[in-house]
Design a protein. Structure first.
Ligand code: NAP
Length: 488
């Protein structure tokens, strides 16, 4: 690509040069081959965006009533003759049936919108296959990531990005302009070799969430089993008491905050490990191990899952007094106290513990909600880098500290009560404190001036043991240059 080409933006806004109210692409005639769901939604959207639409069908008479009256529905060959840009809204397996149109398609732009049913279904992408069937045409891959529903619902809803690739810059530019005129955001994905990747995108199920979800499920399973042993199995074995009723709410509700709290600390732990590695190597120009890279990239999803578990914990906790078992226990306690003629049941320490415990829990949940909301792309895009990093990094760390206070006030002095060690197993909250406290301690250490300074220098490009040029004023006031090691 020439320098001039690179300077020219592929997805330019030429409309600004002309009439600002009319997109340049609008007004031109666009062809659509096929009359199915996608073709119909595409035609509706194109008509609404100011294009003339000509639909090519094998049976135009029967299908015409399905399209808006502004769209012309005709035979495939007739439609192709009337336009230079044709959307092929036909499944890959039917491409060969279009070969009769090869002569009238010469020199035209074909937009391949097709998807597969499986990831990497065919050796060759659908777009490359179409290009091989019609070598005299220019094929552009695009629009497959938007559904027929998104096309119909307009720019209000659904995915707004249209990923486009082609070996022909001009054709790609034309299709990008059409997408823009339709209210989509065209994204240049490069050459035709990217078509395979673009075709795989709609088939992927939450790729960025797999690891965080498995992590959350793994933690949930571990803590759930641990709590089950302590809250249900232990009373059964030791006192033959049936506490199975605790499983649906109590055991789940003691498990959720553990998962949420540990997950929140796992958002900040990779940053601590990365800082340790940078300090150890004395440079930021050394790749982190793959697992750490992956972990750093998944922090947002881990944080959102932490918030999800915290929100569930809040709802479960609010519902605790609604349970029948809770009411029976309250009445039982009241009767016991009446029999023992205990009038004053107020325990000042317990009252304070609960007040503080609930209050810090609410604050922690509020901060987590803020972190979750600001991680949404639409909100994140409205923040500058400093605001985003203040909320996600500083407020996130404060949320971790407050969650720690919530956990500590929940535990209070129970860690020192030997009755709490069921089967010699420590209370669950003491286990959950391990990782978060390590992260908090590490963060405090990194904020010590000597370490913070070194870390800052490394992050600005300074490297241990690397020689740098220096310029010093001599005794006479003249400047002399030389080399020294920057870490001396
Ligand atoms: P569809 O409803 O089954 O429509 C396919 C159309 O292909 C038919 O209406 C038919 O129109 C035409 N066609 C041409 N030659 C054919 C042949 N030999 N046999 C059968 N049909 C033939 O499918 P669709 O949902 O619109 O999908 C069309 C393309 O868009 C597919 O490649 C799909 O992967 C892609 N896509 C669809 C969506 C979506 O949400 N539906 C989203 C993204 C991409 P005529 O009978 O009028 O010729």
């Amino acid at each position: 690509m020439s320098g001039a080409d690179m300077a020219k933006p592929l997805l330019g806004h030429r409309s600004i040069e002309g009439d600002p109210s009319t997109p340049p692409a609008a007004g031109r005639t666009i062809g659509v081959l096929g009359s199915g769901d996608f073709a119909r939604s595409l035609a509706i959207r194109l008509v609404c965006s100011g294009f003339k639409v000509v639909v090519g069908s094998r049976n135009p008479k029967r299908k015409a009533s399905l399209f808006p009256s502004a769209a012309e529905v005709t035979f495939q060959a007739d439609a192709v003759k009337k336009t230079d840009v044709i959307f092929v809204a036909v499944f890959r397996e039917h491409y060969s049936t279009l070969c009769d149109l090869a002569d009238v398609l010469v020199g035209k732009i074909l937009v391949d919108v097709s998807n597969n049913t499986e990831i990497n279904h065919h050796k060759e992408s659908n777009a490359e296959h179409l290009a091989s069937l019609f070598p005299a045409c220019t094929v552009v891959k695009g629009f497959n990531v938007v559904s027929a529903w998104t096309l119909q619902s307009g720019a209000r809803d659904g995915n707004k990005q249209v990923l486009i690739c082609s070996d022909n810059q001009e054709a790609k530019h034309t299709v990008a302009e059409i997408a823009q005129a339709m209210g989509f955001t065209p994204v240049d994905m490069g050459c035709m070799s990217s078509a395979r990747e673009i075709e795989n995108i709609p088939l992927r199920l939450l790729p960025a969430w797999k690891i965080p979800i498995f992590l959350a499920l793994g933690l949930f399973l571990c803590f759930f089993t641990y709590n089950l042993i302590r809250q249900v199995i232990h009373p059964y074995i030791r006192e033959q008491k049936n506490k199975l009723y605790k499983i649906p709410i109590e055991v789940v509700n003691t498990t959720l905050p553990c998962v949420s709290y540990v997950m929140l600390s796992l958002v900040y732990l990779p940053g601590v490990l990365a800082a340790c590695l940078q300090l150890y190597y004395g440079t930021k120009y050394r790749r982190f191990p793959d697992w750490l890279d992956q972990w750093l990239q998944h922090r947002k999803q881990i944080g959102l899952l932490s918030f999800f578990c915290a929100a569930l914990h809040a709802v479960y906790s609010l519902c605790l007094p609604m349970r029948r078992s809770h009411r029976y226990q309250l009445i039982e306690t009241a009767v016991k106290q009446a029999v023992e003629k205990k009038m004053n049941i107020w325990v000042e320490e317990e009252v304070w513990r609960m007040e503080i415990y609930i209050s810090v829990g609410i604050i922690a949940l509020g901060l987590l909600s803020l972190l979750a909301i600001t991680s949404l792309p639409s909100i994140a895009n409205s923040l500058n880098w400093r605001e985003f990093s203040f909320i996600q990094s500083t407020l996130g760390f404060i949320a971790l500290v407050i969650s720690t206070l919530h956990t500590l006030t929940y535990g209070w002095s129970r860690a020192f009560d030997e009755n709490q060690y069921k089967f010699y197993l420590p209370p669950t909250y003491t286990l959950t404190l391990l990782v978060p406290c390590t992260v908090i301690l590490a963060k405090i250490v990194f904020n010590l001036p000597c370490i913070q300074q070194r870390l800052l220098r490394i992050r600005r490009g300074w490297e241990k043991g690397r020689y740098v040029k220096f310029v010093l004023p001599s005794a006479t006031g003249e400047y002399s240059s030389g080399e020294t090691s920057s870490n001396v």
